[in-house]
Design a protein around this ligand. Structure first.
Ligand code: BG6
Length: 555
């Protein structure tokens, strides 16, 4: 960052409040923040620079969303997430001019590091994983605000040092007492960190400043533990200061589900039981569990991603249109859908689970789950899960939503496919339409981000043969800029205090209510069915679809 790049101080609405669309959205100013005179002088440069981006549509009069003065405190800086996603995302935000000049980053971990050591780790992570090009001046600016506090979470002294460090940063860098605490740590450490933040007074903002806490999934192990965890956090931070990260909501393609549905008139009239046959939501991964045995074993595919990412996708696909995109309105609609989700009566027939066995991936032999480092030989953790859900409301009654996810599947692909009913009557010969499939609208979340519509078309020639063709929208072709990484968007939203893309505790609990009976059912089943690595999952999953006369989409 560079000091030329600053944004004018201006009043921020309360968390969750509507923000004037024609003003830049900035984090709350603090009294001690960088002097208004400097800020005002710098502001025009920043805004103009951002507006001067040649890729901007000249008709676009919106001003960029920029964070105001603040410090991000990262617990868990030695973890994989920090290295791969969080630290690079912070740099990318800085590089795009979306962080204030005094922005500071404080790492806290059980390492004997000095500030320079953490700065070096950050530097390496950026070099390795940032999306935007490395620019020395941006790095230099960021590096000036990097601090490290060594210590254990249970060490009062270390947290006292953290409090002193933050006060000094405020003094030196004009961060105004605005702190976001990012808990990128296993949930068992939440209680102690949150208590320390309370004890040191760090959880309580002085007049005019803000304090926010960011928590990563898993939000509990089931409904009861999710409630417990929430009690711990909510005893210290008010709900509007808690930001629960579900990084799928930070993905452009996921947000685009809302644009697709509610910014167009083309799809919504047929987005219901009158036209839709069923919906398939797939999150397939080709990777195994890597070095995450400690986290994954005992958790499994359903808790890892169905409880959060896939149910959030379901909610966005199935919800009614919110009255606006502020957090309350959006969350209310998602909650209504999650409340209306029903499990089929016979879970044995409408769920499937599997565990990957040895096989081939990318031309290489790979070991089975039970042979991965750190996995007990008798582990019953599923690495593949499929469930059929129904939504008991007027729009969706009778339309099944099939969700599936798995590791070590044929390839990495996440998509939402809305599959339509067949035309009620085909005035063609059966031969001519023999291979015609059902119309489908497919949101490709990743990779090859885009949307495909599949429909029947006449095959050129003298017969009236009709066959499936696709109409394709690809982000890469329509927009010249690549999408920001999900964590970039979400971190910026935390610093700005903009909550719509963060699930509310009520959504978390409703999702566990859906999953708990399935987990109970599975826990009585013993070993999951094996599937070879590189395949598309266990046979029972295909059988589940076949019972309904359907098939999983081939990906
Ligand atoms: C995480 C899960 O939430 O999402 C991982 O814990 C999974 O198991 C990851 O690999 C996938 O994220 P993405 O963005 O690569 O689809």
């Amino acid at each position: 960052m560079n000091h030329d790049r600053h944004v004018p101080e201006q009043a921020e609405p309360a968390d969750g409040g509507a923000i004037a669309p024609d003003r830049p959205r900035v984090a709350a100013p603090a009294e001690e923040a960088i002097t208004v005179a400097t800020a005002a002088a710098d502001a025009s440069t920043t805004i103009e620079a951002l507006l001067a981006n040649p890729l901007r549509d000249p008709r676009d009069k919106r001003l960029p969303r920029v964070a105001g003065p603040c410090v991000l405190v990262l617990f868990g800086v030695t973890g994989d997430l920090a290295r791969r996603k969080l630290l690079p995302a912070i740099y990318d935000l800085g590089n795009r001019g979306l962080l204030p000049p005094g922005f500071s980053l404080v790492g806290f971990a059980r390492r004997d590091w000095a500030n320079q050591d953490f700065a070096q780790v950050t530097h390496d992570a950026i070099k390795e994983n940032a999306r935007t090009p490395f620019r020395e001046e941006v790095w230099k600016q960021l590096a000036e605000g990097i601090h490290f506090v060594p210590g254990e979470f249970s060490d009062d002294g270390a947290f006292d040092t953290l409090a002193t460090t933050l006060a000094e940063i405020d003094e030196k860098r004009g961060t105004g007492g605005n702190y976001a605490f990012y808990l990128s740590v296993p949930p068992k450490f939440f209680p102690v960190v949150v208590k320390q933040l309370k004890r040191t007074g760090l959880a309580n903002p002085p007049e005019g400043a803000w304090r926010r806490v960011v928590i990563e999934k898993p939000f509990g192990h089931d409904l009861a533990s999710a409630k417990e965890l929430n009690e711990i956090t909510s005893a210290v931070f008010p709900e509007e200061s808690v930001f629960r990260i579900d990084h799928y909501l930070g993905k452009e393609t996921v947000q685009n589900i809302m644009a697709l549905r509610f910014a167009n008139n083309l799809f919504e009239p047929i987005w219901n039981r009158g036209y839709v046959d069923h919906v398939q939501i797939t999150m397939a991964e080709d990777i195994g569990i890597g070095g995450r045995a400690g986290y994954y074993d005992g958790i499994g595919a359903a808790r890892d991603v169905i409880q959060n990412h896939l149910l959030q996708l379901l909610a966005l696909v199935a919800m009614e249109d919110p009255t606006s995109f502020d957090a309350d309105a959006l969350r209310r609609e998602k909650e209504k859908v999650l409340k209306a989700v029903r499990l089929p009566h016979d879970l044995a027939l409408s769920t499937a689970r599997g565990q990957y066995a040895a096989g081939w991936q990318g031309g290489e032999p790979v070991v089975g789950y039970l042979d991965e480092d750190g996995i007990p030989l008798d582990s019953t953790t599923e690495t593949y899960a499929a469930v059929k859900l129904e939504i008991a409301n007027r729009r969706w009654a009778g339309v099944p939503f099939y969700l599936r996810t798995g590791k070590r599947l044929g390839r990495r692909v996440t998509e939402v496919a809305v599959v339509f009913q067949r035309a009620p009557h085909l005035p063609f010969s059966e031969d001519d339409t023999e291979i015609l499939g059902q119309n489908a609208l497919v949101v490709r979340v990743q990779p090859d981000e885009g949307i495909t519509v599949r429909f029947g078309s006449k095959v050129p020639g003298t017969a009236m043969e009709v066959r499936d063709v696709s109409m394709d929208f690809a982000y890469g072709e329509s927009f010249m800029e690549s999408s920001p990484e999900a964590y970039e968007r979400l971190l910026l939203d935390v610093l700005i205090g903009d909550p719509p893309l963060f699930p509310h505790q009520r959504e978390v609990e409703l999702s566990w209510k859906i999953l708990d009976p399935i987990e109970d059912h599975w826990s009585a089943q013993g070993q999951p069915e094996e599937y070879p690595s590189g395949s598309w999952g266990p046979a029972s999953s295909d059988e589940m679809m076949a019972r309904d006369g359907r098939v999983w989409r081939r990906l």
